[in-house]
Design a protein around this ligand. Structure first.
Ligand code: S3P
Length: 759
């Protein structure tokens, strides 16, 4: 790739870079410069370097890449040496010149001071990598693998130089991204330089107390964790603080203002505000990895998980399934907009509902918890939301994004909604277009009507939303809910007509919070201007999550499972109806009501399933359960035909294509149609007429979840009728709707080994 790479500075980063060049065969020759001659001698003796010296002029001849890995303050002196080498013709004028320093603006200024016009090959860069130990001996060729490298392209830089440098870092396993130098310095001032400064400062503060011995003797884990980074090299930090002076001082000023706010809250004993601040911070810290997933800093390899599942054939027990996802989302939304306090029990602590929770915290709502499914929401009233300082991050959750679009379109302030890669590909025009007909100003900024969504506040638009009559082309509870929620602030009445029944949790919860909702068949209306009154919400167990275990018991041998207090809202029970049509042995008991929603214990036993033509009117009532119903159909005797289910193609994945791909991998004969799937079930009838579920119908194999939680869980259930191990990749998404799924599955007799990829 290069003729000769010259590394200047053989500390941890420089030496690791050299080792990665050597191990990956990225240059014909490798030379280095370091004033510390023992490192150079050792590196030459080890065969890492072809040549090395304390003096740049000795080794630089013919280099086509020079990388500067010395402390920031020493860079200008190195530039002077390099300019001399250029002037003397030792290196070409287009030689690539880069660095690894953690500040960028001052590097560019130093180059200007030395070179006058910036060299063509100058590409400042910063690998965000490091290790506890420093120096030549701590080097690691894999130091940059899966780490970010920020490249600052300058207007003066040749595009060939940028492309070659990017390729080099990528060849070392790094994730390369571009950023303007001043933006880089601002970000690093907040995320790295400020924390180091604070750590040094706190240790200094404690050390200068008269009773410092006692202070340190009794300092606990908090002190140790917070100040770990104050053990790093003072000279290096001294240099960085000066090198990035402007950005650090501004980060420090902002920090000072936050500190003063907190100080005042403590003085004023403002419990709600302090709790709000601490809760917001805790939640942000917890979901930090996910929030960052849409920005380039995250090491995504740390977030992937897979299941290795050993086949088993029997499940039994009585289990509680986590709370309903749809109702959990709505409890946060309406609880936040209500007057007074709302207590929620049974809240689903899955990523999707937590994304909604975080969004409302970002808009200034104080929410205590979640603690074992318990939440206390201090409602701010219909006009109490505040603009979020950052884009609202919805993670993988379509429900959060679509319902929030309705709420935000009606607020006085502007908002931006974004999500993970999967959510940012899903259709948002289905909510944006009808919202526009109410006067909303909403822009889908992604390709083809997708998120990020930019919503303009009513203060800018100058008038409130207007009520509308909307005929929904598809039966979507999310679109219906979005419009009804927007309608709460609209002038006049908003009426939504749905082509088929879809889940009605929004309507039920609005009524429970005292907001009048008119339902006439498939026409649902609200009139703007009312208010919501907070109260208690008990979230029932999620029938969509229960469905995995219903199918588990039905397709396996000698099995019986009872799932306690599952929500059986008639707009959600399509899965029970379909399984019953397939001859499943299901019964309901202990039927009662919890917080305006019907619930029951569901018992399901090993069943002689038969293939059916699924009635189309049941499709919206079982919309999330089809992936696992396809597994049931594969185990049934005869053919199952699904039609009228095009919507499945725009869920977290294209669930028709992705399920067909996985089923075929496991040896099932199925045919994809435009709006459904035809599955040739492999179930057999036993001669005695007894249930005969002991024969495998699936082979083993490797399944990819395509970022879809329900795909991952459905194929886990298939292992109950598999002949060999099933491996499922991408199971970290299961947490979006069903935290604890694998543990619960193992509790009833399955054998899922969760591999989080952690070393
Ligand atoms: C949901 C509605 C359904 C469903 C989703 C949750 C809701 O989506 O698939 O998981 O909470 O309103 P559609 O309304 O798009 O069908």
């Amino acid at each position: 790739m290069f003729k000769q790479v010259c590394v200047i500075g053989l500390g941890l980063i420089g030496a690791s870079f050299a080792q990665a060049i050597k191990d990956n065969g990225l240059s014909e020759r490798l030379v280095a410069v370091d004033r510390h001659t023992p490192s150079i001698t050792e590196a030459v003796e080890h065969g890492l370097l072809d040549a090395g010296s304390a003096c740049l002029q000795d080794v630089i001849d013919g280099s086509d890449l020079i990388i500067i890995a010395v402390p920031v303050q020493a860079v200008q002196a190195v530039f002077i040496d390099i300019k001399q080498a250029m002037d003397q013709g030792q290196i070409d004028a287009d030689c690539i010149l880069t660095d690894v320093c953690s500040t960028k603006v001052n590097i560019i200024e130093a180059a200007k001071a030395v070179f006058g016009a910036l060299p063509l090959g100058l590409v400042p860069a910063h690998p965000i990598a490091g290790a506890e130990n420093s120096g030549y001996h701590a080097r690691r060729a894999n130091l940059f693998v899966n780490h970010s490298v920020i490249v600052c392209e300058l207007p003066s830089t040749s595009s060939t130089a940028v492309a070659k440098l990017r390729l080099l870092w990528e060849s070392m396993g790094a994730n390369v991204m571009s950023m303007a130098a001043d933006h880089h310095d601002r970000i690093l001032a907040h995320t790295s330089h400020l924390p180091h400064l604070l750590a040094f400062n706190l240790v200094e503060q404690l050390a200068s107390h008269d009773d410092n011995l006692d202070m340190f003797r009794y300092a606990a884990g908090g002190f140790r964790d917070f100040t770990r980074i104050a053990a790093s090299d003072p000279k290096m930090w001294h240099d960085i603080f000066f090198a990035n002076q402007r950005a650090i001082v501004s980060a420090l000023d902002e920090y000072g203002a936050y500190l003063q706010t907190m100080r005042q809250l403590i003085i004023d004993q403002d419990s709600t505000a302090l709790m709000g601040l601490l809760g917001r911070a805790q939640a942000a810290r917890r979901h930090f990895g996910h929030m960052l997933a849409s920005t380039p800093y995250t090491d995504t390899s740390a977030m992937s998980a897979s299941y290795n599942i050993t086949p088993s054939n029997t499940v039994s027990g009585t289990i509680a399934i986590p709370g309903d996802k749809s109702i959990s989302h709505r409890s946060i939304m309406l609880g936040s907009l209500a007057t007074g306090v709302t207590h929620v029990t049974g809240f689903l602590e899955g990523e999707d509902a937590l994304a909604t929770l975080q969004a409302f915290r970002d808009m200034g709502v104080t929410i205590e918890g979640p603690d074992n499914g318990n939440l206390t929401i201090h409602g701010v009233g219909m006009n109490g939301l505040k603009p979020s300082k950052t884009p609202l991050y919805m993670g993988n959750s379509g429900t959060s994004m679509r319902l929030l679009s309705g709420i935000l379109a009606a607020q006085s302030f502007d908002s931006v909604l974004t999500g993970d890669t999967s959510l940012n590909k899903r259709p948002m025009e289905r909510v944006a277009a009808p919202l526009r007909s109410m006067g909303a100003v909403i822009q889908s900024t992604g390709h083809s009507g997708t998120a990020p969504l930019s919503i303009t506040g009513r203060d800018t638009v100058g008038k409130p939303l207007q009520g509308t009559e909307y005929d929904m082309p598809v039966a979507s509870a999310q679109v219906k809910s979005c419009l009804l929620l927007a309608g709460l602030w609209a002038e006049g009445t908003t009426t939504v007509t749905q082509p088929e029944v879809s889940r009605d949790h929004t309507e039920r919860m609005l009524s429970a919070f005292g907001y009048p909702v008119t339902v006439e068949g498939n026409r649902i209306s609200v009139t703007g201007g009312g208010s919501l009154q907070g109260g208690d919400i008990a979230v029932p167990a999620d029938i969509s999550s229960a469905a995995f275990f219903m199918v588990a018991a039905a397709i396996s041998q000698n099995s019986e499972l009872t799932l306690t207090q599952v929500g059986i809202n008639p707009t959600r029970t399509g899965v029970i109806d379909i399984l019953k049509l397939m001859n499943a042995d299901i019964s309901l008991s202990n039927e009662t009501h919890v917080g305006g929603e019907p619930v029951a214990d569901i018992t399901i036993r090993s069943s002689k399933l038969v293939g059916i033509e699924i009635p189309e009117h049941l499709v919206p009532l079982a919309i999330d359960e089809f992936p696992v119903l396809f597994v049931a159909a594969s185990c049934a005797k005869g053919r199952t035909v699904l039609t009228g289910a095009k919507e499945l193609r725009v869920k977290e994945s294209d669930r028709i294509a992705v399920m067909a791909e996985g089923l075929q991998t496991l040896g099932i004969d199925c045919t994809v149609t435009d709006d459904g799937l035809i599955i040739e079930g492999k179930g057999v009838a036993s001669e005695s007429g007894d249930v005969n579920n002991s024969q495998p119908v699936f082979g083993g194999g490797h399944i990819v979840s395509h970022h879809d939680h329900r795909i991952a869980m459905s194929f886990s259930i298939a292992s109950l009728r598999a002949s060999e191990q099933i491996t499922i990749e991408g199971t970290e998404t299961v947490n979006t709707s069903f935290p604890g799924f694998a543990e619960l599955a193992n509790q009833i007799g399955m054998s899922i080994d969760v591999d989080t990829g952690a070393e």
